[in-house]
Ligand binder design. Sequence first.
Ligand SMILES: [Zn+2]
Length: 495
Amino acid sequence: MRNFFFWIALLLVSGGVHAQERLLFSHSCNYTGEINPVEDLYGFASDTEADDAMHRIMRYTGLPANFTIKAANVPNAAAVIYEEKRFILYNQYFMLRIKDQTKTDWAALSILAHEIGHHLSGHTLDSQGSRPDKELEADQFSGFILYKMGASLEEARIAMETLAVETGTSTHPPKSARLAAVTNGWMEAKQQNEDIKPISPSLTASTTPTTPTMVPRSPPADPQKATASFKRIWVEKEVEEQGEKGVRIHAHFNVANLFGQDCRAVAWFYDGTTGEPLEDFNGAYSTSTGDVSVGVDFVPNYISADFTDVPFFIPYEELHQEEGMHLIKFQVGLFHQLPAGQMQQIGAVSAFYTFEYELAPPAPSALFRKMWVDFDVYEGIQKGMRIHLQFNLKNLKGHPCRAVVGFYGDSGLPLLDYNGLYNTIDGKVSVRTDFSPQYDSSDFHDFILFMPYDELHLSPGNHSLVLDANLFFQQDNSYVELGDGFEKFRFVFSK
Ligand SMILES: [Zn+2]
């Protein structure tokens, strides 16, 4: 085998739309380290998902993205140089499969990061192909970048756990060493991150004595003489806590003569325009009278305890307003929780404060359930396959949606269209149907698409075909992907 990058590009299809190139090559880095069995390499335009992923990765390196990413019939992914240009090649079917196997996008991202690591480390320049030490460097880079992108250690390792070969080869180290390299890169990024983090003040309610000299000799608590005063109240909007967006109210107050007693601060809410209390509907954030409120328990640790920042978070959802802009008014009160369960108010309630927020419509989503196919059926005089899809769509009532099925052939690459009848804009064979869901949650038990055999542009005989079903909804003249599912079929094609 020649150990340098030797490619001959041969344009099989002219006309611009079908950017399919036949590429001869003698070397590439193969992610899993198996021997590359593919003799004839074909490159295609990449899909936008892969393109986006590469740009996301490059953003974290701080370097310009001077690569081209191409779909190709490589076994998984590869970093190569051709005519002094850098390419990342990836197998589209492989990427679908790994996403399906690991149930996460991190696997594909870590593989792309590994290949990008080869380019950035100059591995592809020395014309010697893969070597174990280079692979470990690329693995370490992948762990490093995945930490920066927000992956957990498990997420950074999942592709390697799933794919790597246990024993080493002349080009690739054993799985254990590669996992250690990914972990090492991830830890290094974490360490760097901790080194530059400013020392942040703790957000928990701190109790600091305003006048420490008052402590001696007074009784531990005297609820009869309890007093409270608000110093400051402020609002932080568009905050996220445990995946929910909402508002965080902060209060600075002082409570005296309740040392060691159970206390509670409560904020309650009104419609800012009508002044009516907001009604609660689910008991999650409510007062005993059924109005929307949020409470925080605290125990004063001093005779005169100053709470400089007590945060109250309430998700926007729990304000129970319809979609759109809202003006909300609130006030805060402090209570002593008596042993019998009653609440006794301490001091006066706070003044009124307001904030505005916008409740966005619930996000559309899709759940793909299954796909099955009837082969050799007729519609009119056309012989073809009937593709059945089962899925659920949420929050898309009356909205234009589209189901598209794409086809991958024996090589793992998409089938290409030649006559513009059943195709995507980038020239791949596909069949689609536009529709509109009728309910907020619409179940489609048997959604049917018919694909004429002639339009697959296949030669007669045995094929293994992967059908990739994608669901989209229309937004501002473009289609946003909601979800997909795919299935592999053995298929004997006859006219
Ligand atoms: Zn590699």
